[in-house]
Design a protein. Structure first.
Ligand SMILES: Cc1cc2nc3c(=O)[nH]c(=O)nc-3n(C[C@H](O)[C@H](O)[C@H](O)COP(=O)(O)OP(=O)(O)OC[C@H]3O[C@@H](n4cnc5c(N)ncnc54)[C@H](O)[C@@H]3O)c2cc1C
Length: 469
């Protein structure tokens, strides 16, 4: 909890923001103080709602002068609590809503920080382009949020994370100055790449006010299939075959354990078992290509070869868009489907792709020993080595007892990840939740360098002070 905000800071902020540009109404603040999993509940004396980059700069400038901490919030879909203030002023980007430019020749879109990912997709589609970052939270997650968390998602295998998808940024630095780095350049070797420092900085090095994002052609040939498999090892072999068969057309390759499908069948209305029999593991595969029919042909060949090699037990290929969406819904509902099942230790880890089966084997054996009866729901972007490894309390067990053992259980999982050369936060960042744990797995050299960069830009540590090192 930070110190109370001085009255003169509040009155100066009100003056620059004007009527409608701020709030201290508890009903207006309430939804911004609770995050999606209800794990973080915050407090703030003041909500700043700037409408322009200049207003953001004015807010940050006043706070910099006074040493007043600020937490920035976009769509509030972050899963590690970084956007939830604990006494700081809350700066929301919800009124930075303009799409400034869509350029089909530069294959670029420039959107302000508060534009949602779904709105970016819609604006790109109008010029027959696609922005290839897909998240289950895309109706609320914002441009500023995805940039600041370096969001991943289901198509990283083909297009990379947000880090690979940003051409330029505009941001207000911690001293209140505006940096306009909104470029459409594919090549620019003129010194340090400041935008890459801000991407994934979780709001600690600046408030992102707009971003120029890369667009790609729409690919009309698309094939989506759900496969039933015996093991993650088979998934790994199939991933290699998919790349060989479909080349760069592999757009997604998502692994799910049966338990996650059972949760979806039980807790998400309208979910149907995609295959006639029960399989221990499932993979959702999507191929996309430009030439009509080519993704479909590649999928047929891939599945025929997989069945013949004994790697695929059974498969269903979506015949319509509706069927494809239903298969994707199973994957996207893996996390929501867990909610009614009780307390969970969530892990968003990555290991080298080749180590995914070893990680799953080792972590699951360790969890069964540490928490007998705990239910393991593992799913994720196996093509990126990124697994959401969730350990739920035993059926009928106590939520409170399970929650009380979270840190000790997670430490076991994280140590296995570190041993395999992995990361304890693959996509969600460290936020308030994992900053201390993240520091544990970084070398002193790296921590010192990161702290020096932050101190140089934000000597009073006013931006998201609880987050990162
Ligand atoms: C159902 C669900 C599915 C998800 N799936 C994925 C997934 O597949 N992959 C993935 O990577 N993430 C996923 N997420 C996590 C989340 O959606 C992403 O982290 C997203 O990028 C957050 O965007 P946001 O606008 O909601 O940011 P917020 O939650 O508001 O903020 C997140 C962080 O970014 C900072 N921030 C926000 N806006 C700015 C800004 N303009 N300038 C500076 N800092 C800022 C905040 O201070 C905070 O530290 C999922 C979340 C949910 C609820």
């Amino acid at each position: 909890m930070t110190a109370p905000v001085p009255a003169d800071v509040i009155s100066r902020l009100k003056a620059v923001l004007g009527a409608g540009g701020w709030s201290d109404d508890p009903d207006r603040l309430a939804p911004k103080l609770v995050e999606w999993r209800d794990r973080w509940v915050g407090t703030t004396p003041f909500l700043a709602l700037p409408k322009t980059t200049d207003e953001v700069a004015a807010v940050v400038g006043i706070c910099a002068e006074a040493g007043q901490p600020i937490t920035t919030q976009g769509g509030n879909t972050g899963l590690v609590g970084g956007q939830i203030p604990q006494g700081e002023i809350l700066l929301s980007t919800e009124r930075l809503r303009a799409i400034r430019e869509v350029d089909a020749y530069d294959d670029a879109i420039t959107a302000e920080a508060g534009v949602t990912l779904a709105q970016v997709h819609a604006a790109a589609a109008e010029v027959r382009r696609k922005f290839p970052l897909g998240l289950a939270s895309e109706g609320s997650a914002t441009v500023g949020g995805v940039v600041s968390t370096n969001a991943g998602g289901t198509q990283v295998l083909r297009y990379g994370t947000t880090r690979n998808l940003v051409l330029g940024l505009e941001a207000v630095l911690p001293n209140g100055e505006v940096w306009n780095g909104l470029k459409h350049l594919r090549k620019d070797n003129t010194g340090y790449d400041l935008k890459q420092l801000l991407i994934g900085a979780e709001g600690t090095l600046g408030v992102v006010t707009a971003a120029s994002l890369k667009l790609f052609p729409m690919l009309p040939s698309r094939a989506v299939a759900m496969l039933g498999l015996g093991s993650p090892d088979d998934a790994l072999k199939l991933l290699a075959r998919a790349k060989e068969t479909a080349g760069g057309s592999v757009e997604a390759f998502e692994l799910m354990g049966r338990l996650g499908l059972d949760f979806a069948l039980r807790n998400i209305t309208g979910t149907r078992d995609p295959l006639a029999e029960v399989h221990p593991w499932y993979v959702l595969v999507e191929f996309a290509a430009a030439e009509p029919g080519s993704a479909e042909t590649a999928m047929e060949r891939f599945l025929a070869e997989g069945l013949e090699a004994g790697l695929v037990n059974d498969a269903v290929v979506a015949q319509t868009d509706t069927q494809a969406k239903a298969l994707w819904a199973i994957r996207e509902n893996q996390s929501p489907a867990q909610k009614p099942e009780g307390a969970t230790w969530k892990h968003d880890i990555s290991v080298p792709v080749s180590q995914v089966p070893a990680f799953l084997d080792e972590a699951t054996a360790a969890m069964h020993a540490f928490a007998p009866g705990a239910r393991i729901a593992a799913f994720g972007h196996v093509g990126d080595g990124n697994i959401h490894y969730d350990v739920l309390r035993a059926d009928g067990g106590s939520d409170a007892e399970h929650a009380a053992r979270r840190d000790a259980g997670s430490r076991i999982v994280h140590d296995i990840v570190a041993k395999l050369g992995g990361s304890i936060s693959a996509e969600h960042g460290l936020g308030s939740m994992k900053t201390a744990e993240g520091a544990r797995y970084k070398s002193d050299v790296e921590l010192a360098a990161q702290r020096a960069i932050r101190h140089a830009l934000d000597p009073k540590r006013i931006l998201n002070p609880r987050v990162l090192f």
